[in-house]
Write a protein that binds this ligand. Structure first.
Ligand SMILES: C[C@H](O)CC(=O)SCCNC(=O)CCNC(=O)[C@H](O)C(C)(C)COP(=O)(O)OP(=O)(O)OC[C@H]1O[C@@H](n2cnc3c(N)ncnc32)[C@H](O)[C@@H]1OP(=O)(O)O
Length: 748
C-alpha cells in the first residue's frame, strides 16, 4: 500500500483560520508555553508548582523551567527538601501532546529521562515529594514516581495512558510503575490505559498518603522534611524490587500479556513494544530498561499509528467547538428532565443513556403493552451492567427510579427536552411535533432521533423551528459513544449549546452537522454497504470481503454488519438514499433476494451467515445461489480483475467510496470540518481509531492517489465510483483533504 503523509500546509492552515475552524495555535506554538514557579518556605521546603492551563501539560517551556527551578533548589542552602505540585488543583496531564514531533533534533537520547530525572532528581541529596490533586497522567505520574514519596487527594486520577496515543510511557514510567504497584497491575494500567483513583493508588502503594486538597501541600512539605531528617524512608522507585515477582513468574506474566495484547489489537505494535521494554528492565536491570524505553519511545513517536491516535485525541476535543455558536458566550441551560416519545429499541436505549447519567426521564408510548415493553427494555439494558459487575443492585434501583412511563403528554409540561424516537414516518412525526408544541413549555428543546428524514419537514407544522434539532443516537444508544446533532438554518445557537452540554453529561462525543438525507454518518455509511454488494456481483466472495475488512481493523465486515442491523432496516434506509442520490447508487439485489427467502439477518438466525442459538455466526455455502441470482439480475459477469484483487485493493475499493462521500459531505457544508468526519467514522462506523478516521487515513495515502483509483474504477464499474469535485480539486492542487476549499457552501 502506498503511504504518503502530506504535512498540513500553510495554505490549509490559512484557509481554516479564515473559516474560523482553527482555534488552536500550530503545534510548535502550543508546545512552548507554561512554566513552573518556585517558592521557598520558611521551613526550608521549596515548592515547585507546574502552571500550564488547562491541564498543566509538560511543554518544553515547563520542562526547561522545571529543570532550572530544580537545580536552584538543589544548590540553595536554605532548601532542605522539595515538593512538586500543580496549579489550580491539577497536578499534571502529562507531556504536551502538541509537542510530539517537535522535539529538538539534536537532543541526546535519555537526557531528560535518565540524565535529569534519574541521575539528578531521583539521586539528589535532597528528597522530593509529589503533592497530587486532580490528575497525574502520563508524564505527570512519571515525574511523581521519580519523587521519593507521593501524597494524593482521594479522588485524584493517576495513570499512564500513553498507549492510547500510540506510544509507550516515557520518563521511566515503564520501569517505575511495575516496581511500585507490581507487574500485573502495572501491565493492566499501561496496556488498558486505565487510570486509578487516589484511594486505590494508596492501597497499591503508588501513593504514600491520602489527604484532603486543603492539607495537600502542607502534608507533602512535612513528609519531605521528615524524609530529609530520616524519620521516613527515602525510597528510590527505580531501585525497589519488593513488588517485582521472581524471574520465572515475571516471564509467565509477560507471556500472557503478549497473547492478550495481540488478541485485542492484532494490528498494533506498540503494546508489544511496551511489554518488551518492561521485560528488558526485569531481565537486564532498570537502567537498561530506561535506555530501551528511550529508544523505543522515539521510534514509536514517528509511527503512523501514533500520528493517527494523536490526531484523534485533538479531533475528539474539537467536535464541540462550533464557530459562531460556542464562541458566543452562551451558557448551557440546565436539563434535568427529559421526555422520550417512543419506547422501541432506540427510545429505550436513549432513556437508558439518560438515566445512567442521573436524569429524570418520562417515556411515552401509545398503549400499556408497548409501554411495558419499552420499560422492560430499559430494565434489561440496566441489568446488563449489573451482570457485568459494572453496577450494584442498589444503583440499578436508583437509576430505574428516575424513569416513569406515560401514555399521554400531561407530564411533558415541565420537560426541558423531548426526544422523539418513533418509526421513520413523516406524517406521524409531524403530528407528534405539533402535539409537543402544544404541551411543552415555550423553552423546551424539541429533538428528533430520525436518522434520515429532513428536519424541516418534521417541524413543518410548528412555529417553533428555532427549538427543533436532531439528536441522532446510534444503536445501542446506551453503548455507542457518538451523538450526531443535526441543526437546520432555524435552530438557535442556544439550543445547540444546550445539546452539546447534554452530550457531555451523558458522556457522548457530539458532532454538529447540517440537515440532509442521512446527515453525515449515514451518508458515509451508505457507500460502504453498496460497494460490498457491487464487489460480490463482480465475483468476490462475501466472506473474503468480511475477512479482509475485519483484518483492516473494522469490528466486522459489511455483510456481518448487515446481518446485525437486519435487512428490513437496511432496505428501508437504502430507499431514502436511492431517492436522494440516484446518480451514484449501486443497486445490488442480493439483500432483496434473501429477504424473499425469509433470510432477514441475525435476528432470524439466517442472513449472510447462519447463527446458532448462541448467536455465533458461520458462513453458509448456500449463499452462492443468491449471489448468482443477484449477478444475473444486475446483468454483470464475474470480472477477472476483481477476482484478482489483493487484500489492500479490497480495502481501498471498499473505503475510497466512503472517503468520496465524506468529501461531498464536507464540501456541501453538512460537516464543519474533516476531523469531525474522522471522529464520526470511528465512533459511528467503527473505523479503526489507530488509522485516524477516514479522512486522515485517506490523507495518509494522498488525495491524488485516492482520486486516481476512484477514477479508474468509475471507468470500469460505473458512476458509483466517480470521484467528486472536491476530491478532484484536492488531487489537482496536491492539497490534503482536510483543507476546506475556497467557496465551500455551508449549511451550518
Ligand atoms: C513522556 C510521557 O510518557 C508522554 C506523555 O505524557 S503523553 C501524555 C499523556 N497524557 C495523557 O494522555 C492525558 C491526556 N488528557 C486527558 O486524558 C484529558 O485531557 C484529561 C483527563 C487530562 C482532562 O480531561 P478534561 O477535563 O475532560 O479536559 P479535556 O477537554 O480532555 O482537555 C482540556 C484541554 O487540555 C488539552 N490537553 C489535555 N491533555 C493534554 C496534554 N497532555 N497535552 C496537551 N494538551 C492537553 C486538551 O486538548 C484540551 O484542549 P482544548 O481545550 O484546546 O480542547
Amino acid at each position: 500500500m502506498l503511504v504518503r503523509i502530506p504535512p498540513e500546509t500553510t495554505e490549509s492552515r490559512a484557509v481554516q483560520q479564515r473559516y474560523g475552524l482553527r482555534q488552536r495555535p500550530a503545534p510548535s506554538e502550543m508546545a512552548r508555553k507554561g512554566a513552573t514557579t518556585m517558592e521557598v518556605r520558611g521551613d526550608g521546603v521549596a515548592v515547585i508548582t507546574i502552571s500550564n492551563p488547562p491541564v498543566n501539560a509538560l511543554s518544553f517551556d515547563v520542562l526547561a523551567s522545571f529543570q532550572r527551578n530544580y537545580q536552584e533548589a538543589l544548590r540553595r542552602n536554605d532548601v532542605k527538601a522539595i515538593v512538586l505540585t500543580g496549579a489550580e488543583g491539577r497536578f499534571c496531564g502529562g507531556f504536551d501532546i502538541n509537542a510530539f514531533g517537535n522535539k529538538p533534533k539534536n537532543e541526546k537520547p535519555g537526557s531528560l529521562s535518565i540524565d535529569f530525572l534519574t541521575d539528578i532528581v531521583e539521586d539528589a541529596h535532597k528528597p522530593s515529594v509529589a503533592a497530587i490533586d486532580g490528575i497525574a497522567l502520563g508524564g505527570g505520574l512519571e515525574v511523581a514516581m521519580v519523587c521519593h514519596a507521593r501524597i494524593s487527594t482521594p479522588s485524584a486520577q493517576l495513570g499512564l495512558p500513553e498507549l492510547q496515543l500510540g506510544i509507550i510511557p516515557g520518563m521511566g514510567g515503564t520501569q517505575r510503575l511495575p516496581r511500585l504497584v507490581g507487574m500485573s497491575k502495572a501491565l493492566e494500567m499501561m496496556l488498558m490505559s486505565k487510570s486509578i483513583k487516589g484511594v486505590e493508588a494508596h492501597k497499591l502503594g503508588l501513593v504514600d498518603a491520602i489527604v484532603s486538597a486543603n492539607e495537600l501541600v502542607n502534608t507533602a512539605c512535612s513528609w519531605a522534611l521528615e524524609i530529609a531528617e530520616h524519620k521516613r524512608p527515602w525510597f528510590k522507585s527505580l531501585h525497589r524490587t519488593d513488588k517485582l515477582p521472581d524471574l520465572q513468574e515475571a516471564k509467565e506474566i509477560l507471556k500472557i500479556s503478549r497473547v492478550k495484547a495481540q488478541k485485542q489489537a492484532a494490528n498494533l505494535q506498540h503494546p508489544l513494544v511496551c511489554i518488551d521494554v518492561i521485560e528488558a528492565g526485569v531481565l537486564s536491570g532498570p537502567r537498561a530498561g530506561l535506555m530501551k524505553e528511550v529508544v523505543s519511545g522515539k521510534m514509536l513517536e514517528q509511527s503512523q499509528t501514533s500520528k493517527s491516535l494523536r490526531h484523534v485525541f485533538f479531533a475528539q476535543r474539537a467536535t464541540s467547538k462550533i464557530p459562531e455558536v460556542t464562541n458566543l458566550g452562551l451558557t448551557p441551560r440546565r436539563i434535568l428532565k427529559a421526555a422520550i416519545v417512543g419506547g422501541g429499541l432506540m427510545g429505550s436505549g436513549i432513556a437508558t443513556a439518560l438515566v445512567l447519567n442521573n436524569m429524570f426521564v418520562i417515556l411515552k408510548e401509545v398503549n400499556e403493552k408497548f409501554l411495558d415493553a419499552g420499560i422492560n427494555r430499559v430494565k434489561a439494558n440496566l441489568q446488563s451492567f449489573v451482570k457485568r459487575g459494572r453496577m450494584t443492585k442498589d444503583d440499578y434501583e436508583k437509576k430505574l427510579s428516575l424513569l416513569s412511563g406515560v401514555l399521554d403528554y400531561e407530564q411533558f409540561r415541565d420537560a426541558d427536552v423531548v426526544i422523539e424516537a418513533v418509526i421513520e414516518d413523516i406524517l406521524l412525526k409531524q403530528k407528534i411535533f405539533s402535539d409537543l408544541e402544544r404541551y411543552c413549555h415555550s423553552n423546551c428543546i424539541i429533538a428528533t432521533n430520525t436518522s434520515t428524514i429532513d428536519l424541516q419537514l418534521i417541524g413543518q407544522k410548528t412555529s417553533c423551528q428555532d427549538r427543533i434539532i436532531g439528536a441522532h443516537f446510534f444503536s445501542p444508544a446506551h453503548v455507542m459513544p457518538l451523538l450526531e446533532i443535526v441543526r437546520t438554518q432555524h435552530t438557535s445557537s442556544q439550543v445547540i449549546v444546550d445539546l452539546l452540554d447534554l452530550a457531555k453529561k451523558i458522556r457522548k462525543t457530539p458532532i454538529v452537522v447540517g440537515n440532509c438525507t442521512g446527515f453525515a454518518v449515514n451518508r458515509m455509511f451508505f457507500p460502504y454497504g453498496q460497494v460490498a454488494g457491487l464487489l460480490v456481483d463482480y465475483g468476490l466472495d462475501v466472506y473474503r470481503i468480511d475477512h479482509v475488512i475485519t483484518q483492516f481493523g473494522m469490528p466486522m465486515g459489511p455483510f456481518r454488519l448487515a446481518d446485525l442491523v437486519g435487512f428490513g432496516v437496511a432496505v428501508a434506509t437504502r430507499k431514502q438514499y436511492y431517492q436522494s442520490f440516484p446518480e451514484r447508487c449501486y443497486k445490488s439485489m442480493l439483500t432483496d433476494i434473501m429477504l424473499k427467502d425469509k433470510r432477514t439477518g441475525e435476528s432470524s438466525g439466517r442472513g449472510y451467515y447462519l447463527y446458532d442459538d448462541k448467536r455465533k455466526a458461520s458462513p453458509d455455502p448456500d449463499i452462492q445461489k443468491y449471489v448468482e441470482k443477484s449477478r444475473n439480475m444486475a446483468g454483470v459477469a464475474k470480472d477477472p480483475k476483481v477476482m484478482k484483487l489483493t487484500d489492500s485493493d479490497i480495502v481501498e475499493m471498499v473505503f475510497f467510496p466512503v472517503v468520496n462521500e465524506a468529501c461531498r459531505v464536507l464540501d456541501e457544508g453538512i460537516a464543519l470540518k474533516a476531523s469531525d468526519l474522522d471522529v464520526a467514522s470511528i465512533m459511528g462506523m467503527g473505523f479503526p481509531s489507530y488509522r485516524g478516521g477516514v479522512m486522515f487515513w485517506a490523507d495518509s495515502l494522498g488525495a491524488e492517489y485516492v482520486f486516481k483509483r476512484l477514477e479508474a474504477w468509475s471507468k470500469d464499474y460505473g458512476e458509483f465510483f466517480r470521484p467528486c469535485e472536491y476530491l478532484a480539486a484536492r488531487a489537482r492542487q496536491g492539497a490534503s483533504l482536510i483543507a476546506t476549499a475556497d467557496g465551500a457552501k455551508s449549511r451550518l
